[in-house]
Unconditional design. Structure first.
Length: 117
């Protein structure tokens, strides 16, 4: 069992930055790939970015490529999402998730990110 808790969301003006964190419980954090997803108002959940167990491999949605950066610290059981050049379209609830073999099993409760124009 892995429990995930996101933090770092908030209100920011367009062009600003936020850093999200996702803290995981348990001793097996390093054995899970980690991902960030988001759900904007009135839209379905969408993939944002994922990182491999070691952190050596990442994959980004085209909409955030070049603006967002994912990283992880396996010693701290934490994954981060640095978000720069935020735009109103980035407004959403952001979720972190832990998975194996391409399937995300555990999900956090989400953190709200609001970008004002």
């Amino acid at each position: 069992q892995v429990q995930l808790v996101e933090s770092g969301g908030g209100l920011v003006q367009a062009g600003g930055s936020l850093r999200l964190s996702c803290a995981a419980s348990g001793r097996t954090f390093s054995s899970y790939a980690m991902g960030w997803f988001r759900r904007a108002p009135g839209k379905s959940r969408e993939f944002v970015v994922q990182i491999s167990t070691s952190g050596e491999s990442t994959s980004y949605a085209n909409s955030v490529k070049g603006r967002f950066t994912i990283s992880r610290d396996n010693a701290k059981n934490t994954v981060y999402l640095q978000m720069n050049s935020l735009q109103p379209d980035d407004t959403a609830v952001y979720y972190c998730a832990a998975g194996r073999n391409g399937h995300y099993i555990y999900w956090g409760q989400g953190t709200q990110v609001t970008v004002s124009s």
